[in-house]
Ligand binder design. Structure first.
Ligand code: ASP
Length: 336
């Protein structure tokens, strides 16, 4: 029997229409083009239904409110469909795939995010290949996690980053191998897939939480840290150098971090290097951050760090538990 999958169309280039103001979302446009795509409707492909979001958005406008809607839709239709495909703009797809990987607890079905660099209506589009391969993977293979498919590669969603604004291979997973690669055969890295869950599926919605990021650079002005750390700030993610180093000779900056920590802001050390991990024990200039109370993000992407913080602060945990769980591997998002 043919499997049935549910497509949640949130927006993004994949379904956009060219206008004189540039590409823009267009109601019903993608659904009509998909209906005419022979391969999607072949016998080797699953049956599919589409829920088109209203309004469709450019993913630059993505917010946790839409993440909550995606999670609710997956929960509502969880029993009815074998797998879920989320059509999404590429700009924030890695953030959404990361956040949803945490919000969908004890997931036992394939969820795949995909999109395109050029709309399906364009002659040289990559949308066609991405759609066909995503539908095929979602219906012919069993896995229990949130993936992101782009340009012949299925990645673990919470390991991805958009690394090119123009190339067809727009995504990368700098610290983790691909789950599968499309060649004439499909080459799986089966040993990397998450094990099936023991408990039942449930969702965790994101609450209203304030987090902020700051990226270190030579000559950074310490006053910004105080200005950013208002009383309702839950966490400050600091983009550090190398293995998690900071200009510790700048005492004003260190004191500003200390004041933030004293106010109850969770300080997160996240390296600016896309590849590699944070290790605050390597250098004295990292050690000082550990002593100030900074928590390591290890080799998590910034996108995963943000999704995980939103999730953990929505879980009714004490701050010590949040810090502890943040440094644990919950969904394959970090290597320790
Ligand atoms: N701005 C678009 C979006 O993220 C880019 C894309 O989809 O490729 O919605």
């Amino acid at each position: 029997m043919k499997k049935k999958i549910l497509v949640l169309h949130t927006g993004g280039t994949i379904g956009m229409h060219a206008t004189d103001r540039g590409y823009n979302t267009a109601k019903n446009h993608l659904i009509k083009l998909m209906a005419n795509l022979t391969e999607l409707n072949s016998d080797a492909m699953p049956d599919y239904d589409v829920i088109e979001y209203e309004p469709l958005i450019d993913s630059a406008n993505m917010t946790p409110t839409t993440w909550n809607k995606i999670a609710e839709d997956i929960q509502s239709y969880y029993q009815k469909y074998a797998a879920f495909v989320i059509l999404h703009g590429t700009d924030t797809m890695a953030y959404s795939a990361s956040a949803l990987s945490f919000m969908l607890e004890n997931l036992a079905k394939p969820i795949i995010f995909t999109g395109a660099q050029l709309p399906l209506e364009a002659v040289r589009t990559d949308a066609r290949e991405n759609l066909i391969n995503t539908f095929y993977l979602a219906s012919h293979h069993e896995f229990n996690e949130v993936g992101l498919f782009f340009h012949d590669v299925l990645f673990r969603g919470n390991r991805t980053k958009k690394t090119s604004s123009v190339r067809y291979d727009a995504f990368n997973s700098p610290n983790f191998s691909a789950l599968a690669k499309i060649e004439t055969d499909i080459r799986w890295n089966k040993h990397l897939l998450l094990s099936p869950p023991i408990e039942g599926f449930q969702i965790r919605k994101i609450k209203k939480i304030n987090i902020a990021t700051i990226r270190l650079f030579p000559g950074i002005f310490p006053d910004y840290v105080d200005k950013m750390c208002s009383d309702d700030l839950a966490a400050l993610i600091v983009g550090t150098y190398g293995v998690g180093n900071a200009p510790t000779e700048d005492k004003a900056l260190m004191q500003a971090f200390k004041r933030a920590e004293n106010r109850g802001v969770m300080l997160v050390n996240s390296t600016q290097c896309p590849h590699g991990t944070v290790n605050m024990q390597t250098y004295a200039v990292g050690n000082e951050l550990a002593n100030l109370g900074f928590v390591s993000s290890f080799d998590m992407t910034m996108e995963a760090v943000i999704g995980k913080l939103y999730y953990l602060f929505s879980c009714d945990l004490k701050i010590d538990e949040i810090k502890q769980q943040f440094q644990m591997n919950l969904r394959g998002e970090l290597t320790r």
